[in-house]
Ligand binder design. Structure first.
Ligand code: AP5
Length: 168
């Protein structure tokens, strides 16, 4: 059973490709953002605590994201994780067989996200999410350098999926 992390800027296709890769590997796709959005939509105590940070494009606290994600990890041996860890302080005890880096230029991710229109897909919030990505998440590439799989994410989604099936 493989453990894979999808890493890339907002809008790089972590969700799109993560779901396809998980299906082909026969494991679950676990998205920290989706779990947090479910908590917000369900009006749970966790949801109330993370709502404001998410709407402003800021990362939520390590404790709160752990509360959302760790139970899902403990139940499984293999998974494709999307969105966690996304800063060095979240990497304790979380190891992977492969870390997929979806490389997409910022202008392209902004174009994709403005076209999608999720609640946090406004210009100001996207700019903050990109800043968080550059400052907090990019250092994970060095942390996991032995297992990083570099992928050009600025291509047709089917081509990317086919490459991932071969290389992961
Ligand atoms: P999260 O849900 O992880 O959002 P994100 O990283 O901003 O990523 P997105 O979901 O926007 O994009 P994606 O890369 O998955 O791309 P997608 O496949 O959807 O996190 C949201 C928030 O939760 C964070 O801001 C933070 O507040 C909080 N959070 C989450 N995890 C956290 C953590 N660990 N610590 C602290 N806080 C945390 O594709 C995007 C669009 O592009 C779609 O419309 C898609 O159809 C399109 N598209 C995809 N691939 C292609 C392609 N090849 N060509 C053209 N279009 C494409």
């Amino acid at each position: 059973m493989k453990r894979v992390l999808m890493l890339g800027p907002p809008g790089s296709g972590k969700g799109t490709q993560g779901e396809r890769l998980a299906r082909s590997l026969g494991v679950e796709h676990i998205s920290s953002g989706a779990l947090l959005r479910e908590a917000v939509a369900g009006g749970t105590p966790l949801g109330h605590q993370v709502e404001q940070a998410m709407s402003e494009g800021r990362l939520v606290s390590d404790e709160l994201v752990s509360e959302a994600v760790r139970p899902a990890l403990q139940r499984r041996n293999g998974y494709v994780l999307d969105g966690f860890p996304r800063k060095l302080s979240q990497t304790d005890g979380v190891d992977f067989d492969a870390v997929v880096h979806l490389d997409v230029p910022e202008a392209e991710v902004v174009r994709r996200l403005l076209g999608r229109g999720r609640a946090d897909d406004t210009e100001a919030v996207i700019a903050e999410r990109l800043r968080e990505y550059r400052e907090d998440t990019l250092p994970l590439l060095d942390h996991y350098r032995d297992v990083v799989v570099e992928v050009d994410g600025d291509r047709d989604a089917d081509e990317i999926a086919a490459e991932l099936r071969e290389r992961v």
